[in-house]
Every structure is written in structure tokens, then in C-alpha cells.
Design a protein around this ligand. Structure first.
Ligand SMILES: Cc1cc2nc3c(=O)[nH]c(=O)nc-3n(C[C@H](O)[C@H](O)[C@H](O)COP(=O)(O)O)c2cc1C
Length: 169
């Protein structure tokens, strides 16, 4: 069901090329607790693409209260060091980007990656996983990936048990 919605979403936005040329598609994702990774693996199982997982050099505590406290202390400009990506975005025409929503926007580790790339001329298909609050996610992506052609995101909503409760366009 979820895969069907994702594919419909991509196809309905002129994404035919996404499935046609495996050389041209990169799927980049960051996942803190595994939900975005689940969705990314589902997509990668269907769309021929290279995949790149964004991994921080130092990990955050899994405890929800602690991570919120740490992020609040580090502030919005916090950009953690990430492992050097294996793929270069400039070699691809299309990039699928998946991430959880953190504090209504883009998680800091994904910002570390996004800000290191020249997005001009790249077609971007974003998807966000969240608990349902994502008011700044798209505008932050647009401000960060300057020059990219960004399609409307797919928002995949999870409950606290890790079940998908909604998929919104
Ligand atoms: C630091 C932090 C901040 C979060 N902020 C939000 C938020 O603003 N809105 C929301 O709906 N969910 C928020 N969540 C929940 C995650 O977006 C959601 O659980 C997501 O699906 C997790 O994906 P992941 O398992 O790939 O990390 C937050 C989670 C964390 C850890």
C-alpha cells in the first residue's frame, strides 16, 4: 500500500525517468530510529537506484528526552560531522531524499549533507517521516537545496509504535 502510494506520487509528478535509468538516480536518506530507513529500503527495492545513508560520526542518545535536550543546547546551527558520502550528487540527475522531521524541519545531520552539495539542475523527490508535524520541512529544503527542482514531498506519518498511520502529499 505504502509502496503503491510512493510510486503513484513519483509518477504523477513526471517521474518516469526515475524508473528508467538506474545510473541517474540516487536515494539519500538519514534515519535516526529506523523508520525512514524502512521506507528508503522499500523504495530502493523497486526503483533502480544507488543508495546513500547519511551517518554521523558521533551518535546521539536514543533517549528522546536527552536528544531533545542536546539539540536545544547545540542550537539550530548545529551541523554534526558525517561520514564522507560514497556517491557524488553531481553524477546524478535525480535524487530521492528521505529524512525524519526534527523540530518541524530537517534533521541536523541531513543539513550537514545538503549544505555540502551544489543542487543546481538536480531533480529532487523528497519524503519525510514524522509524527505529523512538519510545518517548516519543505521551506527549509527549498532554502537549502538552492537551484534544485523540488517536487512536492510525500509525508509518511508514523505512530509511536512504529506503524504508518497516514501518507500525505
Ligand atoms: C529530535 C527529534 C525531533 C522530532 N521532531 C518532530 C517534529 O517536529 N514533528 C514530528 O511530527 N515528529 C518529530 N519527531 C519524530 C520523528 O520525525 C519520527 O519519529 C520519524 O518517523 C523518525 O524517523 P527515523 O526513525 O528514520 O529517525 C522527532 C524525533 C526526534 C528524535
Amino acid at each position: 500500500m505504502l509502496l503503491k502510494l510512493i510510486l503513484q506520487h513519483i509518477y504523477s509528478r513526471g517521474g518516469r525517468a526515475v524508473c528508467c535509468d538506474s545510473q541517474l538516480v540516487l536515494l539519500v536518506y538519514y534515519s535516526f530510529s529506523g523508520k525512514t530507513a524502512r521506507v528508503a529500503k522499500l523504495i530502493a527495492g523497486y526503483i533502480p537506484c544507488d543508495t546513500e545513508q547519511i551517518i554521523t560520526v558521533s551518535s546521539y542518545p536514543l533517549n528522546r528526552v536527552l536528544i531533545h535536550r542536546i539539540l536545544a543546547r547545540l542550537g539550530p546551527r548545529h551541523r554534526p560531522v558525517i561520514l564522507r558520502p560514497r556517491h557524488k550528487v553531481s553524477n546524478y540527475g535525480t535524487v530521492i531524499i528521505g529524512m525524519p522531521v526534527w523540530n518541524n524541519g530537517i534533521p541536523n545531520p541531513m543539513l550537514s549533507f545538503l549544505e555540502s552539495v551544489d543542487w543546481r539542475g538536480i531533480r529532487v523527490y523528497p519524503f519525510f517521516t514524522s509524527g505529523g508535524l512538519y510545518v517548516n520541512a519543505l521551506s527549509q529544503l527549498q532554502n537549502t537545496c538552492k537551484g534544485a527542482g523540488i517536487t512536492d514531498p510525500l509525508y509518511i506519518i508514523f505512530d509511536s509504535d512504529g506503524n504508518i498511520t497516514d501518507v500525505r502529499e
